[in-house]
Design a protein around this ligand. Structure first.
Ligand code: ACO
Length: 189
């Protein structure tokens, strides 16, 4: 698994992962807004998987023939990069926001089911938090999480030391409450 900064070329795959993993979905232009405004703050976790490009015998021969074909069915295999997780981060840019100290916000985080419990989300979060602090002088980072989301709550509270600052009633469209959480950032010298 590789963690790297997200680019504009990743936003479709990030949106797909988001649709798989969370009920809170966003339009592509919102992903684009994040990546263009704060390119350092969003990351993807990637792996390479075999993508069967063609079942055509001639293509199989062209790419080494049957003997070297790992699947033995004359399809040739391409090693394709696959996005298995992402964190979408931003700086607070609402001119109406009460708190004028620069601070970041985690808009969305998810990891595909078969890649969970491997430390990927924690790594994605740490990269984003560090970048917000270093690149944008964020003093703290905030986020919202569903009260019922045990896995995410554990990650934020126990692994990353976020604290619950308030409960926002009916924050989500289906009426569920959110914990508003926050982590003060300090760059290790
Ligand atoms: N139950 C309890 N604790 C968990 C669980 C779980 N199922 N999953 C993760 N944790 C906690 C643990 O403390 C874990 O540390 P440990 O493994 O040493 O005990 C820690 O989080 C780190 O776990 P990771 O392996 O880094 O987390 P993972 O890569 O599995 O991703 C995530 C966690 C993102 C919450 C994943 O379960 C997921 O994608 N869920 C669906 C989408 C989602 O809920 N996203 C967060 C919404 S909030 C927001 O976007 C701001």
């Amino acid at each position: 698994i590789t963690i790297r900064q997200a680019t504009i070329n990743d936003i479709q795959a990030m949106q797909n992962a988001n649709l798989h993993n969370l009920p809170e979905n966003y339009q592509l232009k919102y992903y684009m807004y994040h990546i263009l405004s704060w390119p350092q703050a969003s990351f993807v976790a990637t792996t390479y998987e075999d993508i069967v490009e063609s079942n055509d015998t001639e293509a199989g021969e062209e790419f080494g023939g049957e003997k070297e074909d790992p699947k033995g069915d004359s399809a040739y295999i391409n090693r394709g990069e696959k996005i298995v997780g992402y964190v979408l981060g931003k700086m607070e840019d609402d001119p109406e926001a009460e708190d004028k100290t620069p601070h970041g916000h985690i808009t969305s985080l998810s990891v595909m089911r078969t890649y969970r419990r491997m430390g990927i989300a924690e790594k994605l979060m740490r990269q984003s938090l560090y970048a917000m602090c270093e690149s944008f002088d964020a003093q703290y980072v905030s986020l919202h999480v569903r009260k019922s989301n045990r896995a995410a709550l554990h990650l934020y509270r126990d692994s990353l030391n976020f604290e619950v600052t308030s409960i926002e009633k009916s924050y989500y469209q289906d009426g569920e409450d959110a914990y508003a959480m926050r982590l003060t950032l300090e760059l290790d010298e």
